[in-house]
Design a protein around this ligand. Structure first.
Ligand code: HEM
Length: 222
């Protein structure tokens, strides 16, 4: 008798667990969440997110009908508009002037853009790594940011972390994991499923690289 296959949501979560811990405990994240850095560091981080989410969301529409990535394209997740409101609050009305990605951010956004254009399975890996994270640990980051830098609760500065159209994140995440489990039926080639999991690990590594460069820009004891 065949052993039942481990659901894809479990496979991808387990496979990226170690990288998650690494990202979570990176010096920059620890310092930021430990209230040790100024709002300038938080702003610089938010700027990086804008480049990444532009890549994620610019590529989304073209994937809406794709059998692999299509089910994941859900308008209630979109974050670029929220990031732009946060940046206007953090940097002022001309927030876009002089905005530059760190080299690691440029590399991350380029990889997302490449996946969006050429490989729907890889795009799903990036989608999972960011949006499910935002719905989970992102809520912890929001709380700390409000406390540390005095943003209004769920207001300007932290709107990125507020999913107005997702009133029940736990239920949404359950539904999202069902979509991940649905990959098994659409992507029947085991090697391709493994490539998607590997891309998720790469997505985590790309995030960690951004944290590393942010850490260099905002060292605690210069
Ligand atoms: C200090 C920063 C972070 C904290 C405190 C944090 C915390 C958490 C927590 C508590 C969960 C579990 C939620 C649950 O089981 O429902 C979670 C899940 C997750 N986080 Fe993070 N996280 C952080 C950073 C990150 C980063 C940087 C990424 C990737 C860019 C990320 C991606 C994810 C993903 C994809 C999940 C979903 C795992 C799954 O259930 O499949 N997290 N995070």
């Amino acid at each position: 008798m065949d052993t039942p296959r481990t659901p894809f949501s479990t496979v991808i979560r387990t496979a990226s667990h170690e990288q998650h811990t690494e990202a979570e405990t990176s010096t920059f994240m620890s310092d930021l969440l430990g209230g040790k850095l100024g709002v300038d560091a938080y702003t610089r981080y938010t700027e990086q997110l804008w480049f990444v989410y532009r890549a994620l969301e610019d590529g989304a529409e073209a994937l809406a009908a794709d059998p692999v990535a299509g089910p994941f394209i859900q308008p209630e997740l979109l974050r670029v508009r929220e990031l732009e409101r946060d940046l206007a609050h953090l940097r002022g009305a001309d927030w876009r002037a002089g905005l530059t990605p760190l080299p690691a951010t440029a590399a991350y956004a380029a990889r997302v853009e490449e996946c969006a254009r050429t490989w729907p399975g890889g795009y799903v890996a990036h989608h999972y790594t960011r949006y499910l994270g935002d719905l989970s640990g992102g809520q912890i980051i929001r709380g700390k940011a409000e406390l540390t830098w005095g943003f209004a609760r769920k207001g300007d500065g932290v709107r990125f972390y507020v999913f107005e159209e997702i009133p029940n994140p736990a239920a949404f995440k359950r539904g999202y994991r069902e979509l991940l489990d649905g990959i098994d039926a659409v992507v029947t080639d085991e090697l391709e499923r493994k490539r998607i999991v590997d891309e998720c690990k790469r997505a985590f590594a790309l995030n960690t690289a951004v944290f590393q460069e942010l850490g260099q820009e905002f060292p605690l004891s210069a």
